[in-house]
Design a protein around this ligand. Structure first.
Ligand SMILES: Nc1ncnc2c1ncn2[C@@H]1O[C@H](COP(=O)(O)OP(=O)(O)OP(=O)(O)O)[C@@H](O)[C@H]1O
Ligand SMILES: [Mg+2]
Length: 261
């Protein structure tokens, strides 16, 4: 479905703006994602995960390389094709990353992408919003509230609903459940596993937590300093990781987490 070829993103160095040497955030990354499959991408802070996510969602242009969706380079699409593509590929952030507009009621936040990307009647729109709200296990009464009137777990469910209302083929979750209490986090992850089955979408879960990665997907990419250093297609436990960097990540884990399989 999506093929990433030699994707690279550089930034001009902030620390030394006069330096001619650009900072390479994503460095010659290639992989492909199949239809209806869960994937996880794990790596430490600063490894380039969010930069990669934004390029995949066609929000940030790559410096080099290409992203092919069904064989078409997403950075060479016409504005109309790009709009269609935004309906098929969704990026879900945490609310603390500014995912929800604080001045908008929840109903409006969920309906906004539908209005931009789908031509629905008012009645169809309301039906879609209520339907997805129930699928993420939220009650109708939150629709008229503002994001600040919801708990962190409820906010993350709203962010998920907003993306899933479009029934996208690929959903990228960039640390979407980080910052939540561990038990709340697990409930949201279980909800996501069910939603993925139901929608038959491809999910890419981005996390710095290898346990979350193992819980969410069998196919795990490990990213370090802009490169994918390991790609494991059938990961079921720590023993499946071989790269020294992956071993380091595992050794630095706290002793017991609720994701142990
Ligand atoms: N707009 C920018 N300008 C300059 N450098 C940037 C910019 N965005 C990201 N970077 C740098 O690129 C590198 C990768 O950042 P990125 O946000 O992709 O990492 P990440 O893996 O998502 O980290 P985290 O786990 O903390 O979210 C970092 O060193 C970061 O400082
Ligand atoms: Mg990030």
């Amino acid at each position: 479905m999506i093929e990433v070829r030699h994707l690279t993103r550089t930034y001009l160095s902030r620390r030394s703006p006069k330096s001619k040497e650009p900072f390479v955030s994503v460095n010659d990354v290639s992989f492909s994602l199949l239809e209806n499959t869960p994937y996880a991408l794990v790596g430490e802070s600063g490894s380039g995960k969010s930069t990669l996510a934004m390029m995949l969602a066609a929000i940030l242009p790559p410096t080099n390389g290409e992203i092919l969706l069904d064989g078409n380079n997403i950075w060479a699409l016409s504005p109309k094709e790009l709009r269609l593509m935004h309906g098929e590929v969704q990026l879900v952030l945490q609310n603390s990353q500014g995912a929800l507009d604080p001045r908008r009621r929840i109903y409006e936040s969920i309906a906004e992408p539908l209005r931009k990307l789908r031509h629905l009647t008012r009645q169809e729109e309301q039906h879609t919003v209520h339907d997805i709200l129930h699928k993420v296990q939220l009650q109708d009464d939150i629709l008229m509230r503002f994001p600040s009137e919801l708990s962190g777990g409820q906010q993350s469910r709203v962010c998920i609903a907003r993306a899933m209302a479009l029934a996208p083929r690929l959903v990228i979750f960039d640390e979407s459940v980080s910052g939540l209490d561990v038990t709340v986090q697990k409930k949201v992850l279980d909800l996501l596993l069910n939603l993925r089955q139901e929608y038959q979408s491809t999910f890419l879960f981005i996390t710095h937590d290898i346990d979350v990665a193992l819980y969410m997907a069998d196919h795990i990419f490990v990213m370090k300093e802009g490169k994918i250093v390991e790609s494991i297609t059938d990961a079921h436990g720590y023993d499946d990781f071989n790269h020294p960097y992956s071993r380091e990540l595992i050794e630095s884990l706290p002793p017991k987490t609720p994701y142990n399989r």
